[in-house]
Design a protein around this ligand. Structure first.
Ligand code: FAD
Length: 400
């Protein structure tokens, strides 16, 4: 299996690097570098539109719907380069999640209505899967949709709905049959969040930020034409969507960059005695242990890409990337907090905005580190918890 970069790949990497350097507005890059979660909706949209204009917004879509036609390796290089420069995180809900569901299972009218607006970033989406009591056991969801003429009447509640407060539409799993096996009574609806009867309530996470929400549905009327595919077949479309979520999940580029930042900070911070923290063998060995895991993950990732390029399907093995990518990220965040010592402690959310007129307590390299540490504790939970991913590997990869 050839997991090496070809000369064409190297040239492509240069092209991506040059494009980002020339086109990503410096202010947006600085904000995204300082605290990725503080990049505004408008700045995210600006970067989205820049990529769209270039034709690079949807690498994973088929070319006929606006995809780039890149090889798996080119997609990987693009992700690595964007992560290394801290370009804004694009909203995944349209591009990575509902878009592929629509072009694969949607009607012609649904494709025409939604795909151009996803590519253009004229419509923000959010994901209405989880409910109180139905997270890992998603198929037990209870939000009810009852057919009334040519509309469904939807009642129930979703929770942990990321960015619902910014979104215009939600794709939601709803129960349309209570008499059958739980997976066989679910439908997949596209719902306009401005429809009467929808209420969004914020959930503030432990870093103090507002990304999450509860979404309540009370007698919300949704046209039947907004259903994806067949009634009661929503579980099939929901699983297809989750399978598409994996692009970039290893986060190798991002973690490599974080290691560089930790080393730079440790060279400044005081260690034991007269030396700097980076002179402390114990600290260095912690960083190198995680670096080794990251190298192993990068190799696994490249091998999977090479397999894909050779026409093989990478299925449940992708859970390995999710587990290791998120655990490496969390270890690095912990090491970074440790490196900063007291400087990690001050809580100054205003200082996380590059426009803030504030002289932060901590040095420049310490800004945003605690916020990222607290926020990304959730990385091993969302997108399917790591325990559930381990179950997937046990059952479907190892055959246990
Ligand atoms: C920051 C964040 C953003 C999110 N964004 C969204 C979103 O936009 N849309 C959306 O629909 N959902 C979203 N979620 C919800 C997320 O998908 C769920 O939190 C996740 O699936 C876990 O479900 P749960 O919270 O109900 O926990 P539970 O499923 O109750 O799990 C509790 C614990 O039990 C463990 N566990 C459960 N089942 C098993 C099993 N079979 N084997 C071993 N261990 C098990 C879990 O690993 C976990 O440790 C988000 C969550 C977070 C934290």
């Amino acid at each position: 299996m050839d997991a090496q970069f070809s000369p064409e790949d190297a040239a492509f990497r240069e092209e991506v690097r040059a494009f980002i350097a020339e086109n990503l507005p410096e202010k947006i890059q600085r904000q995204s570098e300082l605290t990725p979660s503080y990049v505004s909706k408008e700045d995210t949209r600006t970067w989205h539109k820049i990529l769209h204009k270039k034709g690079w917004i949807a690498p994973n879509w088929p070319a006929e719907y606006g995809g780039t036609g890149w090889t798996p390796m080119q997609k990987h290089i693009f992700e690595e380069e964007t992560q290394a420069v801290s370009t804004p995180r694009l909203s995944p809900f349209g591009l990575m999640m509902v878009g592929p569901v629509i072009y694969t299972f949607g009607t012609e009218a649904q494709k025409q209505e939604h795909l151009p607006k996803i590519l253009n970033c004229d419509r923000f989406w959010c994901q209405g899967y989880s409910e109180p009591g139905s997270g890992s056991d998603l198929a037990s969801l209870k939000t009810r949709a009852v057919l009334d003429g040519d509309e469904y009447v939807v009642n129930g509640q979703k929770i942990w709905t990321s960015h619902a407060h910014h979104a215009d539409w939600i794709f939601a799993l709803v129960r349309t049959n209570t008499e059958v096996k739980k997976q066989e009574g679910i439908s997949f609806l596209l719902i306009d969040l401005n429809a009467p009867g929808i209420e969004r309530r914020p959930i503030i996470s432990m870093d103090g930020g507002h990304y999450l929400n509860e979404v309540f549905f009370t007698d919300v009327r949704v046209p039947v034409t907004n259903r994806i595919g067949e009634e009661n077949k929503g579980w099939t479309y929901a699983k297809f969507l989750l399978g598409n979520e994996r692009s970039g999940i290893a986060g190798v580029g991002k973690s490599k960059k974080k290691i560089e930042k930790i080393i730079a900070a440790a060279q400044q911070e005081r260690g034991i005695g007269e030396g700097r923290l980076w002179d402390d063998p114990e600290f260095r060995s912690k960083v190198s242990a995680v670096s080794s895991k990251l190298s192993a993950l990068e190799n696994i990732n490249l091998r999977m890409l090479a397999a894909e390029a050779a026409g093989k399907t990478v299925g449940p093995e992708a859970s390995i990337l999710k587990i290791n990518g998120t655990e490496i990220e969390q270890s690095l965040n912990e090491i970074f907090v440790e490196a900063l010592g007291n400087f990690a402690a001050p809580y100054e959310p205003e200082g996380l905005n590059i426009d803030a007129n504030l002289d932060p307590v901590e040095p420049e390299y310490g800004r945003g580190v605690m916020t990222e540490h607290l926020l990304r504790r959730a990385a091993t939970i969302y997108g399917g918890t790591n325990e559930v991913q381990r179950d997937i590997i046990a059952k479907h990869v190892l055959g246990l």
